[in-house]
Design a protein around this ligand. Structure first.
Ligand code: NDP
Ligand code: OXD
Length: 319
C-alpha cells in the first residue's frame, strides 16, 4: 500500500487548542507542526498537504511539492499575499461552527443597536430608570455587503427576527425572499440601508471600500436618523479615520467592529472609547480547530479518491 503523505500544520492559532485538536487527527499520517521548534530542520519536500493560517514566509519554498493548501479560516488573504504560494488548489474553511458564530455576532450587534443597549448601559451606571422609545426590527433595513456563505446565513437569521434584509454582491444573485443588488447598483443599495453589515473578503476591489463617501450615501430615514456600520469582514476594507469622523459628525449613529486596519487595534485609536461603538478583537467567528481538521481529513479523502475538492478559492477573484 502506498504510504500516506504527511500533513504540514502551520497555524498561527492558540497552540494548546491545536495540540488538543491534533489528538487522533490525520490517522496514519505523520503530522509536522511548524510551531514546534523541532520541526524546523525537517525536509518538507515530497509532502502533499499543508493546513495554514498566516504561515511562515518560508513554508512554500521549503515545501515545493504541495498538492493542496488548506486555509485555517474562511478568509484567504493571509495566504494569497505570500509570493511563493504554489499554483495548486487553495481550499478555504466553510463549516457550520464558523457560520453560526458569525451569524450570532451579526445578529447580536444589530440587536445591540436596535435595542439601544449603550444608552441603557449608560443609564444603569447613573442609576437612571427611563424607558426609551423602542423602534421595531421591521423599521430597519439591514444591508449586507457580501452575501456569500456567512452573509446569507446572517441574513436569514435577521429576517427571522423581523429585520428587512437586502444584499449586495459582486455578481447578481437571485435569493428567495431577499432583494439583492450587484456591484453596479451599489448606490441604490446604500440608499436603502439603515444598518450596513460588511462581510466582504479582502481583495484589491474591497480595500478601503467603507469610507466617508460610502457612509454619506447610506439611508438617513431609519428610526435613529443616521445609519449604523457593522464590519466583521476584513479591517483593510474600512477607513478607520473616516469611521471616527462619521461618528463624531453624526453621519453614522453607531458602529460595531470586529476587524481593524491594524490588529491588535492600536491603544491610541479613538474607537476604543467612543460612545455607541462596540468592539471585539477579531473574535466574531474563530475557527474551531477540531472541526477544521475533520474537514481537511474529509477533503483529503475526496482528493485521494479522485472526487472534486469543495470550497476551492477562485485565485483570480481573490476569495
Ligand atoms: P464568500 O466567498 O462565501 O462570500 C463573499 C461575498 O463577498 C460574496 O457574496 C461575494 O460576491 C462578495 N464579494 C467579494 N468581492 C466583492 C466585490 N468586489 N464586490 C462585491 N461583492 C464582493 O465568503 P464568506 O461569506 O465565507 O466569508 C466572507 C469573509 O468574512 C471572509 O473572506 C473573511 O474575510 C471574513 N471572515 C471574518 C471572520 C471574523 O471572525 N471576523 C471569520 C470568518 C470570515 P459573489 O457572491 O458575487 O461572489
Ligand atoms: C477567517 C477569520 O477568515 O477568522 O476565518 O478571519
Amino acid at each position: 500500500m502506498q504510504k500516506k503523505s504527511p500533513v504540514i500544520i502551520d497555524l498561527r492559532f492558540d497552540q494548546e487548542q491545536v495540540a488538543n485538536a491534533l489528538k487522533g487527527a490525520f490517522a496514519g499520517r505523520e503530522i509536522i507542526n511548524r510551531a514546534h521548534p523541532g520541526s524546523r530542520a525537517r525536509d518538507l519536500a515530497g509532502i502533499d498537504y499543508a493546513v495554514v493560517w498566516k504561515p511562515g514566509s518560508d513554508l512554500f519554498s521549503r515545501a515545493p511539492d504541495l498538492k493542496v493548501v488548506f486555509s485555517g479560516g474562511a478568509g484567504v488573504d493571509h495566504v494569497l499575499n505570500i509570493p511563493d504560494l504554489p499554483d495548486v488548489p487553495l481550499v478555504r474553511f466553510v463549516d457550520p461552527t464558523l457560520t453560526n458564530w458569525m451569524s450570532e455576532w451579526v445578529v447580536m450587534q444589530c440587536l445591540l443597536h436596535l435595542r439601544q443597549f449603550r444608552a441603557y448601559e449608560s443609564q444603569n451606571r447613573q442609576r437612571i430608570w427611563r424607558e426609551l422609545v423602542q423602534p421595531r426590527a421591521s423599521d430597519m433595513t439591514v444591508g449586507i455587503m457580501g452575501i456569500g456563505v456567512l452573509g446569507l446565513d446572517a441574513a436569514r437569521k435577521l429576517q427571522m427576527l423581523g429585520f428587512n434584509v437586502i444584499g449586495w454582491s459582486r455578481s447578481k444573485k437571485e435569493i428567495e425572499g431577499m432583494e439583492t443588488f450587484d456591484a453596479a447598483s451599489l448606490d441604490a443599495f446604500l440608499g436603502r440601508t439603515d444598518i450596513l453589515v460588511g462581510l466582504l473578503p479582502h481583495t484589491p476591489e474591497t480595500t478601503g471600500i467603507f469610507d466617508a463617501q460610502l457612509f454619506s450615501k447610506l439611508s438617513r430615514k431609519g428610526p435613529f436618523g443616521a445609519p449604523v456600520f457593522i464590519n466583521a469582514g476584513r479591517g483593510a476594507s474600512q477607513v478607520e479615520a473616516d469611521i471616527v469622523s462619521a461618528l463624531q459628525s453624526g453621519v453614522l449613529h453607531g458602529a460595531s467592529l470586529d476587524v481593524f486596519e491594524k490588529e491588535p487595534l492600536p491603544l491610541e485609536s479613538p474607537l476604543w472609547t467612543m460612545d455607541k461603538v462596540f468592539l471585539t478583537p477579531h473574535a466574531a467567528a474563530a475557527s474551531d480547530v477540531k472541526a477544521l481538521f475533520v474537514q481537511v481529513e474529509q477533503q483529503i479523502e475526496r482528493f485521494e479518491s479522485g472526487q472534486p475538492l469543495t470550497h476551492v478559492v477562485d485565485r483570480k477573484a481573490g476569495y
